[in-house]
Write a protein that binds this ligand. Structure first.
Ligand code: NAP
Length: 673
C-alpha cells in the first residue's frame, strides 16, 4: 500500500512516518505515502544536471513530438485511471475533465510547440528591433530554457489535469520538473507518473515525483529554479515568502482561491434563451466536481427584479441532481475529496450564513463514513455592504445569489472579489458586454460572455483551456498558467540580444535584416530544402512599370480603385498621380523571382507581414531581393514527399533602391534525404 516516490531515476520508498489516504466515498484505506529519508538537495541537483541537460539538447519540435507521443501513450491507457479517480469522489464527467482534459493539454502543447516555435533550441521572440541608423548594430529578443528545475506544487482537486497542465509548458520550454501533489488524491497522480515513467518517452531526469512532507525542499532552490504553486492563498503566501525564495529571487507562480462570479445582465428576461443558459451554468458549476473547482461560480449576480425567478430555477435544477457513488451511472454529483475538506466547507458555510440566508439545501442521505456534501444555495440581500460572500471561498457545492440594480452596481460588486480567475456574463446585448468587460477586466483573468449563439459551442465558465491564460490577479494569486506559448515563458529566460545582424542571424539560425546575403549561381528555386542556406539571396532582374501594366491588372483583378485608374482623383489623393496596385507589385515581384521550371519547390502557401512602404508610379523600375530567412522540416507523412517549409524574406525596391514592398513568403520545398 505504501506508494513509492520517483526520484534520482528510480522508485524509492519513503521511510519513517507515513500518511494514510482514504476512499472519499466509503472511507476505505486506499494507500499510504511517505517522503521520509529523501535527500531533496540531491534530487533537485539531479533534475538540473541530468534532466535539464537532456531536455536542452532537444529542439522545441523534438520536445513537441515527445509530448505528442506521451499524450498518445496516456490516451491509450486512459481507462486505467478512472477506477482510482472514482475513489477521490469524482464522477465520470469530473474524472473525464481531470484525466482526458489533462492529456488533451499535452496534445495542445505538443502542436503549439511545433507550430508556434522554431525547430531550434533558441526561440527568436517577436520582431527584430531597429536600434542603429545604418543597421550594423541590431537587436532581437531570444528565449532560452532556464537551467534549474521546475517544482510543481499542486492542489488536491484535479490530481491529473493539475499536474499535466504544468508539465506540458515546462517540457516544451526545456526544463525538468519535480511534482508534489496534494496528499489526499495523490494515489491518482502517482498512477499517472507510473504510466509516464513506464512509457520511457521522457529523457532521464526530466520528471521526478514525491508525495508527502516536503522537508527542507525549499531551502535548496536557486535563481534558475521555478516554483509553480496551486492551492490555498494561505499556503501560497507562506511559501512565496520563504527566505530562500526571497533571497535567491526564485520565480514563484501562484494560483490560489478565487471568488468567481457569474452575471445575468439586465437585458435578459425569463423568456430568453440566455436566462435558461445562465441558470444551467450556475447549477452545473455548483455540482461539477462537487464544487471543488478553483473556477466554480461562487457569486451569482442577478437583476433584483429577477431574483425570485432565478432562485426557483436553480433550485429546480439542484433538486434533480443525483448525488451519490460515482460508480453508479445515474450519479451527477460525487463527494468531496476528504472528511477534512468536508469540515472545512461546513466551517466556511457557517461564516457565509452570517450575512446570507439558505434558500436551498439538498437532502440526500449519505453514508457517515463518506465525504458527501449536499449543495447549498444562499441568498445575500445586501451584497454592497456584506463582506463574507466576496471573501470566503467554501470549496464545495455552495454559491450565493445576490441582487443588483444597474450595471455600475454589478461592476462594483464583481470587483469586491478582489481579483478572480473567471467571470461570466450572460447577455444578448453586445454594448452591455463591452461596458462590463471595461468595468471588471482589470480584476479578472478570464471573462466568458454567453449569448444564445455562442452557448452551443461554449466550453463553460469553469473550463481553463490550454490555449488561454489561466490565472487571475489579486486574491486569485496573481499568477498565470498555460495561455498557449505564453505559458512557457515562466520556464525560460528572455534575452535581449544586441550585435551585428550577421552575428545574431547565426545565433538564431534565422536571417535578420542587414545580415550578410549570400549569392549563388544556382537559382534558389532549383535547390532542395537541404541545399538552401540561411541568408542565401537572389537579386532579380528589373522591370519598368507601365500604364499598360496598371490597366491590364485593373482588368484582370476588377480593381478599378480611383488611385490606379482616375487621373483627376489620383491628383487630389495622397499620391498626386496614378499608382500601380500594391497587388500588382507583389505579382510582378513573383514574376521576377520565381523559376518557372518543374523543381523541388512544391507550392507557395502563404505570405506574412506584408507592407507597402512606397508608391510605385508609371515609369518606376522595380526589382526584388529574395532571401532565405528560416527553414523548418515538416514531419514526414506516409502519402507525401519529404518536405520542409522555407520562409523567404522579400524586399521589392525601386530604381533609387527605396523599398516599395516587404514581406515574407512561405514555400513548401522537397527534401533530398
Ligand atoms: P493547500 O492546502 O494550500 O495545498 C496546496 C499544495 O501545497 C498541496 O500540495 C500541499 O501539500 C502543499 N503544501 C502545503 N504546505 C506546504 C509546504 N510547507 N511546502 C510545500 N508544499 C506545501 O490547498 P489544497 O487544499 O490542496 O487545495 C484547495 C485550494 O486550492 C482551494 O483554496 C482552491 O481555491 C485552490 N485552488 C486553486 C486553483 C487555481 O488554479 N487558482 C486550482 C485548484 C485549487 P501538503 O498537503 O502536503 O501540505
Amino acid at each position: 500500500m505504501l506508494l513509492k516516490n520517483y526520484v534520482l531515476g528510480e522508485w524509492k520508498d519513503g521511510v519513517g512516518n507515513s500518511q494514510q489516504l482514504f476512499n472519499a466515498v466509503n472511507g476505505d484505506l486506499v494507500a499510504e505515502i511517505s517522503s521520509g529519508g529523501l535527500n531533496f538537495k540531491e534530487i533537485l541537483e539531479y533534475g538540473r544536471k541530468v534532466g535539464g541537460k537532456n531536455l536542452r539538447e532537444m529542439t522545441f519540435h523534438e520536445r513537441g513530438r515527445m509530448l505528442k507521443k506521451l499524450a498518445q501513450y496516456l490516451m491509450e491507457r486512459k481507462n486505467d485511471f478512472y477506477p482510482l479517480s472514482f475513489k477521490t469522489g469524482a464522477t465520470k464527467i469530473d474524472s473525464w475533465i481531470d484525466i482526458e482534459g489533462g492529456i488533451s493539454t499535452l496534445f495542445t502543447y505538443a502542436s503549439k510547440g511545433r507550430r508556434d516555435l522554431p525547430d531550434e533550441k533558441i526561440w527568436p521572440e517577436g520582431n527584430q528591433e531597429v536600434i542603429s541608423k545604418n543597421g550594423t548594430f541590431t537587436a532581437q529578443h531570444v528565449c532560452v530554457p532556464l537551467e534549474g528545475i521546475a517544482c510543481h506544487i499542486n492542489a488536491y482537486n484535479f490530481p491529473i489535469w493539475g499536474m499535466l497542465e504544468k508539465l506540458a509548458p515546462t517540457f516544451i520550454a526545456g526544463m525538468p520538473a519535480i511534482v508534489k501533489p496534494a496528499p489526499i488524491s495523490s494515489y491518482l497522480a502517482h498512477k499517472m507518473v507510473e504510466v509516464i515513467i513506464e512509457s520511457e518517452i521522457l529523457p532521464e531526469g526530466a520528471l521526478q515525483y514525491f508525495a508527502g512532507d516536503p522537508g527542507d525542499l525549499f531551502n535548496h532552490f536557486t535563481s534558475q529554479d521555478v516554483v509553480t504553486f496551486t492551492g490555498s492563498a494561505g499556503t501560497g503566501k507562506k511559501l512565496k515568502s520563504h527566505p530562500t525564495i526571497l533571497e535567491n529571487n526564485v520565480r514563484f507562480n501562484m494560483e490560489a482561491d478565487s471568488i468567481n462570479c457569474s452575471i445575468l445582465a439586465p437585458d435578459v428576461t425569463p423568456e430568453m434563451d440566455e436566462f435558461g443558459l445562465f441558470v444551467k451554468e450556475v447549477a452545473n458549476e455548483m455540482t461539477t466536481k462537487a464544487g471543488q473547482k478553483c473556477t466554480a461560480i461562487r457569486r451569482v449576480f442577478v437583476p433584483i427584479s429577477l431574483k425570485d425567478e432565478v432562485i426557483s430555477a436553480i433550485k429546480i435544477r439542484l433538486e434533480k441532481t443525483v448525488i451519490g457513488d460515482p460508480l453508479n451511472e445515474k450519479t451527477r454529483m460525487g463527494s468531496l475529496a476528504d472528511k477534512y475538506y468536508l469540515n472545512l466547507v461546513n466551517e466556511k458555510l457557517d461564516k457565509l450564513k452570517e450575512e446570507s440566508e439558505v434558500v436551498f439545501e439538498g437532502s440526500t442521505e449519505v453514508d457517515k463514513k463518506s465525504s458527501f456534501f449536499n449543495p447549498v444555495l444562499l441568498y445575500c440581500a445586501s451584497p454592497s455592504s456584506a463582506k463574507t460572500p466576496h471573501e470566503i471561498e467554501a470549496f464545495g457545492p455552495v454559491s450565493t445569489v445576490m441582487p443588483y440594480h444597474d450595471i455600475p452596481e454589478v461592476i462594483e460588486l464583481a470587483k469586491k472579489g478582489e481579483g478572480s480567475l473567471v467571470a461570466s456574463l450572460f447577455t444578448a446585448d453586445n454594448d452591455i458586454a463591452k461596458e462590463v468587460v471595461l468595468g471588471i477586466g482589470a480584476y479578472h483573468g478570464r471573462i466568458m460572455i454567453i449569448n444564445k449563439d455562442s452557448a452551443k459551442e461554449s466550453t463553460g465558465h469553469g473550463s481553463p483551456l490550454p490555449h488561454l491564460t489561466h490565472g487571475g490577479p489579486g486574491r486569485a494569486g496573481g499568477g498565470e498558467e498555460m495561455g498557449g506559448i505564453r505559458g512557457i515563458m515562466k520556464y525560460m529566460q528572455r534575452v535581449a540580444l544586441q550585435g551585428h545582424p550577421t552575428t545574431l542571424s547565426n545565433v538564431c539560425n534565422q536571417y535578420l535584416i542587414g545580415a550578410e546575403q549570400i549569392a549563388d549561381k544556382i537559382h534558389p528555386f532549383r535547390k532542395y530544402f537541404d541545399e538552401l542556406v540561411i541568408g542565401e539571396t537572389l537579386v532579380t532582374h528589373r522591370r519598368t512599370v507601365t500604364e499598360a501594366d496598371i490597366v491590364n491588372f485593373a482588368g484582370i483583378s476588377g480593381d478599378y480603385f480611383y488611385a490606379h485608374t482616375d487621373d483627376v482623383a489620383a491628383k487630389n489623393s495622397i499620391f498626386d498621380k496614378r499608382v500601380a496596385h500594391g497587388y500588382f507589385v507583389l505579382s510582378a515581384a513573383a514574376g521576377l523571382f520565381v523559376h518557372p521550371a518543374e523543381g523541388p519547390v512544391l507550392a507557395n502557401y502563404g505570405l506574412e507581414g506584408l507592407r507597402f512602404t512606397q508608391p510605385v508610379y508609371i515609369g518606376d523600375t522595380i526589382h526584388a531581393r529574395l532571401t532565405c530567412k528560416r527553414k523548418t522540416e515538416k514531419e514526414p507523412r506516409e502519402d507525401e514527399k519529404l518536405q520542409g517549409v522555407v520562409e523567404w524574406y522579400v524586399e521589392v525596391v525601386n530604381q533609387d533602391d527605396e523599398v516599395v514592398a516587404l514581406y515574407t513568403i512561405l514555400t513548401l520545398v522537397e527534401r533530398k534525404l
